[in-house]
Design a protein around this ligand. Structure first.
Ligand code: ASP
Length: 337
């Protein structure tokens, strides 16, 4: 983007969309799970053990966004820090004007090289996905899927409804695109997200799909990677459902204040959680801890986490794409004016 102000205005719109939809998603998950609670199985909670992830305070989340040096974010694959660094370097290139042109050309060329390298790796992904799914059934036996079927079904109903309602509405009203065209255009990215369970891994295909549907490259290449890191509607739904399910197994009824705490914690935790397989389950430890629910309860759903993960990743990346279509359309409108 050639204009610093534009980066700011697009960034703010994306953040509002991302936080709004994530908070809605978790509220929706809590609500539907509360309605379905009576049908959830009451699993045995004795002998459970699970290592809790350390919960991170709001201040730490904020501070952790900023890298301490130039190399660490890339070495540690910390996407959010990489994005922050990229924005600062991008501003630097703009401010350097002509003298920054070589750096910009180098970045563009490196971008092409990395995208081609990722395309090569993606060709191998079906084999990788098969290998990832095998241990779930091999370690737990097919019965594991049976006893949690109703919880899984509830999650998948919520995933479906959230995508069908929230994204159809936003792409239709704000993105000026027919929802059916949108979902059809998103099919390759959704299929890849389902099998890989990684929003970050799906970025290249998501870029391709949104650009084919008319999103500007400028907007998509900023909004999508940001969304892959901070926007997790599917993961938020999963947090809501699992909190209610685990609470009910331990005989706890969540109060309204606890539910509000869950909404806030999950929305904030999604900022610092990378869009990679299984990260939503680690986030769940923070959410449970925030309302004093036993973190060991995660062991109840850990065996089938991959199945939850496949669906929630589809919702995560579709939300990123919906936001891209909306912002690209709003941007085109302001340009015409
Ligand atoms: N796998 C999800 C993603 O990449 C994150 C999660 O575990 O919920 O978006």
């Amino acid at each position: 983007m050639q204009d610093i102000k534009k980066v700011g205005s697009i960034g703010i719109k994306a953040l509002i969309y991302y936080f709004g939809t994530t908070a809605f998603a978790i509220t929706f998950g809590l609500l539907i799970a509360s309605l379905m609670k009576g049908f959830f199985p009451l699993l045995d909670t004795a002998e459970l053990s699970y290592e809790a992830a350390q919960s991170v305070s709001f201040m730490d989340t904020l501070v952790n966004i900023f890298p301490s040096n130039f190399i660490a974010p890339m070495a540690n694959a910390n996407m959010l820090q990489v994005i922050v660094m990229a924005i600062i370097i991008g501003f630097g290139i703009l401010l350097a004007a002509e003298k920054g042109e070589h750096a910009a050309a180098l970045m563009n060329s490196l971008n092409e090289v990395f995208v081609s390298a990722i395309a090569l790796i993606l060709k191998l992904s079906p084999i990788g996905v098969f290998c990832l799914l095998c241990p779930v059934v091999a370690e737990n036996g097919p019965e594991i899927i049976g006893s949690l079927a109703i919880v899984l079904l509830t999650a998948y109903i919520c995933y479906f409804l959230h995508a069908a309602l929230v994204y159809s509405f936003s792409v239709k009203v704000l993105g000026n695109i027919n929802p059916i065209t949108f979902f059809k255009g998103m099919l390759p990215a959704m299929m890849f997200a389902f099998s890989s369970a990684s929003s970050v891994g799906t970025i290249p295909i998501n870029l391709e799909c949104t650009e084919k549907m008319g999103a500007s490259k400028e907007v998509a290449s900023f909004v999508l990677p940001l969304g892959a890191t901070i926007n997790m509607d599917g993961t938020a739904i999963y947090q809501g459902i699992c909190s209610i399910f685990i609470a009910s197994c331990f005989g706890v009824d969540l109060t309204l204040v606890q539910m509000i705490t869950i909404v806030l914690t999950a929305t904030l935790a999604s900022i610092g959680t990378a869009g990679v397989p299984g990260s939503g389950m680690i986030m769940l430890t923070m959410v449970l801890a925030s309302v004093g629910l036993p973190v060991e309860g995660i062991a109840l759903v850990a065996g089938v986490d991959r199945i939850f993960d496949m669906g929630r990743t589809v919702v995560n990346i579709t939300g990123d794409a919906a936001c891209t279509m909306v912002i690209s359309n709003l941007d085109q409108k302001t340009r015409k004016k």
